[in-house]
Design a protein around this ligand. Structure first.
Ligand code: GDP
Ligand code: MG
Length: 709
């Protein structure tokens, strides 16, 4: 393959709702781009993009696939993205390294939630967007309505560049306003370029005028020309489109049929001629705020956006070159961990097909294998300029967690290794061996996301596993003050043990006034690892307990804080005042005071109005308006407190505070209520007391569990 220069490269993320036709369009683009000489289909399980076992099994893209096509002296790098929200991490990573999003919209369904989601991410990444409308040959396809929804969801910049002539059954022609020609397609995938027929002339003229005016409105210089001449030249239109794309004022719309390969070459030509090359598009930045250069003469800088494990090859890293050139056998430094790397082999990749290449220049996308110490989000630099880091991709936090267990516990360790590899390839998976919950926790973006991992672990790695609900990280605290005393005494043969502690405990809160019943001689405040505080006051007068025993008393209390008296959960937000006690001249020692401290604390805790606290999350749900009532009812059944509501286009937003214990399987419930048209995110906000009935149930469950153990 020839070495493409920055200006000859286009990087496109193919995004949109699940099943809209992205992978099928990519297949036709590969065919037109000379990568394959026969087009596969989803149904025949032979597309280049959906080649992994799990994708063939499900007839769906699960991972993004890096592809390329060569056409008209240009190279189009494409990343075909999955459409389900569960795999949104792949979309976010793809948008990071591509310069334009190509969104596929199914004219039967209009704007689907997957399109809304991709739009949001493209907007966040400030990427130009072009639209390809397909499925126009169906009886119930509706171009006008689809367009109306697009304008409503994506704004007035949505601009028709092509419209269908004979939409519905028998569809085979579009008017191309940029060429002012009719494109007629036939079953073999051939395209005839014809003059616009008389019957379409008026409509085409009118739409053309509207398009030109919109373009002019997007740029002052063009507006002047437009007023001068009453129209724009072809060259001015092209310039206007490019400008409009770059400043996200114009979002051109094309018509395609990926399955029949209709309109695909034309779309690719538009991409070659008008879509910005990497150096023309909005620029990515380094962590210090500087923009990337794309200068091939600068020292090399590449950013890894995707890591996969390929059969027979091992770990594969996909990267975009942000400056300089990357050649085979180049030495690089990892800016994130200073490790030295040598690139052994360099590939351009189209799905499972790879082609070796000697060199790629700034703006291009390529892959390499067997790097030593590189993960997604790392920047690799020439040793001449080793430090700059590209701002990392921000992956979403997990929305759903499960506890994972190997059916055969002998395989637990192996399972941990596999999970870590999965998380390396998919940064939206989070694996944690939780000491607190005593479970191996896997977090992901939704039930489908986690089920896919289960399938992989069971079918590829051959380990049978169970998913269990994760335990809830409850906390314990007190609501009023209480006193206690405990004497630890053991005098049966040998050295004895003696320690007596009197304490008063009180609830801690920010800005509280210290108690005045006992003089506080020394105070220590501990920020607890699990949140909240412990304040430890030494109020001993007259040497009732030696200062040297204080740390032992504190240790005893800490032990009980770590395994709270009510349910064994962490305790928090407590002030302990040690105000009296007794020592024995011979038998007192640290262990005695530790035990006395622990037991006194346990006693006092019981009488101090103890309460169980549960984690509360702020949940943001975006849902179609007509499902508002159902979603609210479901939330109320989850002890939710509604904090706010809002409208976004056809969508409503609900913000609620919900106990984590009630969020189990929420993604599934929400998906079934809204037919998959809603999305949600959640983040921890605070700990709050559980209602009395919940507390009673938790205490009972703990007692039963203790009895069992
Ligand atoms: N009739 C028709 N079917 C299409 C078209 N594009 C895709 N399909 C079919 O729609 C389904 C989903 O396509 P796919 O490419 O997997 O969609 P993706 O999930 O967006 O990648 C498959 O059954 C395709 O064969 C099209 O332009 N016309
Ligand atoms: Mg797909």
């Amino acid at each position: 393959m020839k070495v493409y220069q920055t200006k000859e490269i286009r990087n496109i993320a193919i995004v949109g709702g699940a099943k809209s036709g992205k992978t099928t369009l990519a297949e036709s683009m590969l065919f037109e781009g000379g990568v394959i000489n026969r087009r596969g289909t989803i149904e025949d399980k032979n597309t280049v993009s959906d080649y992994r076992d799990i994708e063939l099994e499900r007839l769906n893209s699960i991972y993004s696939t890096v592809l390329y096509a060569e056409i008209d002296g240009k190279k189009i790098n494409m990343i075909d993205c999955p459409g389900f929200d569960d795999f949104v991490g792949e979309v976010i990573a793809a948008l990071k390294v591509t310069d334009t999003a190509l969104m596929v919209i199914n004219a039967q369904n209009g704007v689907e939630v997957g399109a809304e989601i991709s739009w949001r991410h493209a907007s966040k990444a400030k990427k130009p967007v072009i639209f390809a409308i397909n499925h126009l040959e169906h009886e119930n396809s509706n171009f006008e309505e689809t367009l109306r929804q697009m304008k409503q969801s994506f704004g007035g910049g949505v601009m028709i560049c092509q419209y269908p002539v004979n939409e519905g059954l028998g569809f085979n022609a579009v008017i191309d306003l940029l060429q002012m020609k009719m494109l007629k397609f036939d079953a073999s995938g051939k395209t005839e370029v014809l003059d616009i027929p008389a019957s379409e002339k008026d409509k085409a003229d009118e739409m053309y005028a509207a398009m030109v005016e919109e373009l002019a409105a997007n740029d002052e210089a063009l507006m002047e020309k437009f007023f001068e001449n009453g129209s724009l030249s072809e060259e001015e239109i092209s310039r206007g489109l490019k400008l409009g794309l770059i400043n996200r004022g114009v979002f051109p719309v094309f018509c395609i049929n990926g399955k029949q390969n209709w309109g695909v070459r034309r779309l690719m030509q538009f991409i070659c001629n008008t879509v910005p090359s990497p150096d023309e598009a909005p620029r990515e930045t380094f962590t210090d705020g500087k923009e990337v250069t794309y200068n091939p003469a600068d020292s090399a800088c590449a950013f890894v956006f995707k890591t996969t494990f390929e059969p027979h090859l091992g770990e594969m890293s996909f990267f975009k070159v942000f400056a300089g050139e990357i050649t085979e056998a180049i030495d690089l430094v990892n800016a994130n961990n200073s490790s030295k790397e040598r690139l052994s082999q360099l590939f351009v990749v189209a799905g499972k097909n790879r082609q070796k290449i000697e060199k790629v220049v700034a703006g291009d996308i390529a892959a390499t294998i067997k790097l030593k110490n590189v993960r997604t989000n790392h920047t690799l630099n020439s040793p001449k300029n080793p430090d700059p880091q590209i701002t990392p991709i921000v992956f979403p936090e997990p929305k759903i967690t499960v506890a994972v267990k190997a059916k055969n516990s002998a395989e637990d360790e192996k399972l941990m290794g596999i999970l870590n590899d999965l998380a390396k390839a998919d940064p939206t998976l989070v694996v944690e061996q939780s000491k607190e919950l005593r479970q191996l926790i896997l977090g992901g973006q939704g039930e489908l996301h986690l089920n896919i991992q289960k399938w992989l672990i069971e079918n590829v790695n051959k380990i049978a596993i169970d998913y269990l609900p994760p335990r809830i990280p409850y906390r314990e605290t007190i609501t009023k003050s209480a006193k206690s005393m405990y004497r630890h005494k053991k005098q049966s043969g040998g050295a004895g043990q003696f320690g007596e502690v009197h304490m008063m405990i009180e609830p801690y809160y920010e800005g509280m006034t210290p108690q005045t019943e006992f003089p506080i001689r020394a105070t220590e405040t501990y920020d607890l690892e699990w949140g909240g505080k412990l304040v430890f006051n030494n109020c001993i007068v007259g040497g009732a307990i030696d200062a040297r025993f204080m740390p032992a008393i504190l240790k005893g209390i800490m032990e009980k804080m770590e395994q709270g008296p009510l349910t064994g959960s962490y305790a928090r937000d407590i002030v302990v005042n040690i105000y009296d006690g007794k020592m024995h001249p011979v038998d007192s020692n640290e262990i005695s005071f530790k035990l006395a401290g622990r037991n006194a604390f346990k006693e006092a805790f019981k009488n101090a109005g103890p309460k169980i606290l549960e984690p509360i999350y702020e949940v943001e749900v975006i849902l179609p308006e007509e499902k508002f009532g159902d979603v609210m009812t479901d939330l109320q059944g989850r002890r939710a407190i509604i904090m706010g509501m809002d409208s976004e286009g056809n969508y409503k937003k609900i913000i609620a505070r919900v106990p984590l214990a009630e969020m189990n399987r929420y993604s599934t419930a929400l998906s079934s209520i809204t037919s998959g048209r809603a999305m949600y995110s959640m983040k921890f906000v605070e700990y709050a007391q559980v209602p009395p009935d919940v507390q009673t149930a938790l205490l009972k469950a703990y007692e039963e569990q203790e009895a069992e153990d």
